[in-house]
Design a protein around this ligand. Sequence first.
Ligand code: MN
Length: 733
Amino acid sequence: MQAIDLELERKEILRRYRKLLYSIRHQISKAERKQIRLAFNLSLEAHKDMRRKSGEPYIYHPIAVAQIAAEEIGLGPTSIVAALLHDVVEDTDTTLEDIERQFGKTIAKIIDGLTKISGVFDQTSSLQAENFRKMLLTLSDDVRVILIKLADRLHNMRTLDSMPRDKQLKIASETIYLYAPLGHRLGLYNVKTELEDLSLKYTDPEVYTSIAEKLEKTKEDRNKFIKEFSTPIKEMLAEDKFKFQIKGRPKSIYSIWSKMKKQSVPFEEIYDIFAIRIIIDAEPDDEKSDCWRAYSIVTDHYHPNPDRLRDWISTPKANGYESLHTTVMGPEGKWVEVQIRTVRMNEIAEKGYAAHWKYKEQSAETALDEWLAKIREALENPDSNAMDFIDDFKLNLFSEEIFVFTPKGELKTLPVNATALDFAFDIHSDIGTRCIGAKVNHKLVPLSHTLNSGDQVEIITSSKQAPKEDWLKMVVTARAKSRIKDALKEEKRKLAEEGQEIFDRKVKGLKLPVQGDNMNEVLAHYKVMNTLELFYRVAIGIIDLDELKEFKVDGDKIKSPNVNTSKSAQSLEQIVKDVRGSADNLVIGDNLDKIDYKLSSCCNPIPGDDVFGFITVDEGIKIHRVNCPNAIKLMSNYAYRIVKAKWTGQNPIAFQAGIKLTGIDEVGVVNNITKVISTDLKVNIRSINIESNDGMFEGTIILFVHDTKHLDTLTSRLKKVKGILTASRINHT
Ligand code: MN
């Protein structure tokens, strides 16, 4: 490795810095110059031990970004300061507070935005890209953030050579996907074009090189043609005392490639490889009329294609572009696109709005602010002329979502009204369960604080924290809700364990047999659903275990002094009515494994059946059919343990059901049955059992169906099988 000549490098750094200052010498005051110097020094010091992948000192990069911001985007001193500092907070020990102390609120806000946005950009998935686009709305608070980010990306693209191949591909595709359209949107034509070309150079080097070579090879012919085309126009414009320039510029490699792809034609068949541009030096009041006069001169000489006149002078594009475009029939029978615009319009077309404000005699910063306000308006306002902006970005105003950041700048999407607690659970359930508060934009807020788009949220945790019942009211995300419920359940289970010990000691002392059905008697006495609830209540002290002394012991049975089974029994009809009628149902059919319930094996309920849930002592909730023979007993004796239940609409899961068959024992009948079931109806059979007796057969088939409708179809199809006499569902096994 070659030794680095630090002295030489120091000189080069200063040379680059002076070049930056030189390019903005007319636009800055003495005080601003001082600020820039301060920023440069801070950045130089902060990055002093860092090098770029190319081996160059890191400071080259911020200087280059500042240079692009100033020269190619036309930004002012504030942006130059921010550009010099743009990587300082993210990559070095310097904090945002340091920046604010030295450079004030505005700069700190821009740097903060740049740091946040880079977290968004660093994600690879297209989902993040999608998020990014939504983010634009949030971050358009100060569009300078986006503009500096574009300058940053442009420099990174220009120096992409030193990156490893996979990084090149990632950065180049991101560029074409996000940054180039963004540049286009902001009217930065030159930046956009260069980003596109550089991106193609890395994603498809062969195509890029071949088009570049062909452009080079055809250059001479093209120049000759352009000269031939322009000469008569030049003469006429001069006669009319126009101050003007005529350029013939080839289109960008990327746009030629896009045309080739779009029209499926080779390079040679792209007719509008270049456009003639007439740039008029017009007085502000004469701009429009001068352009139309030039148009008239061009079309006096060459015949225009009437379909191809575009007047973006009367109605500028949403990104500020103004120009008059026409396509005329040139020499050799070739269509030629002619763009007519003024010097001012040309500057805007190439550099965007920032250039525009140079023409107004205002101080640089106020002008910039006006421009930013205008862009912000365009970003925020989907109506009027900004409609094509929405098209460009497929941006939606996602009113139902907010976008917030982690302290590291990672983007999180949450529903509107999400709170700090939702955010905590979104990061990790451990963070959520231990959350005691949060800092939103560095300000301390409670768990229930509602977040807004653009907030940066830092969660504060404590190992002593545990989820509370009322947390459920503070969250809106399903994730947080279910995590809180889980945690509460876990908490309850732990307490219940303690409660069980107390309970066991008590019944042991009283010599009370509480196994099996006896436990149901205890549950009924205390009016609780299950043992978990019982033990939990014991643990938290809201159950008086002394009441157990009043229990009557009759052999191995115990009886509660105040539970009268017959008294608590309701009419079956009433219960069934309740079960069917209430809206407040236990919904079954999805999340079978999440919710603690089982389908009972005695009646094998399937979707479509009238069902109810029965809370068992130790098996959670069991779902029975309303016409299950056991149901009558359960409902009449334990009405308080009945839960209303209904099925969800869709049931992707298959449920077990049984069909009973009778028929005439014929050769091949089993074959026919299985054929109907598994081949014709594509139903999975679990078991099939057929017994013959004196030329008749009886069989049971256990199979998997989706719901009652499915089962009905199946049984009616089976009834049609030759030899089958009856086919019906088994109600009880
Ligand atoms: Mn950078």
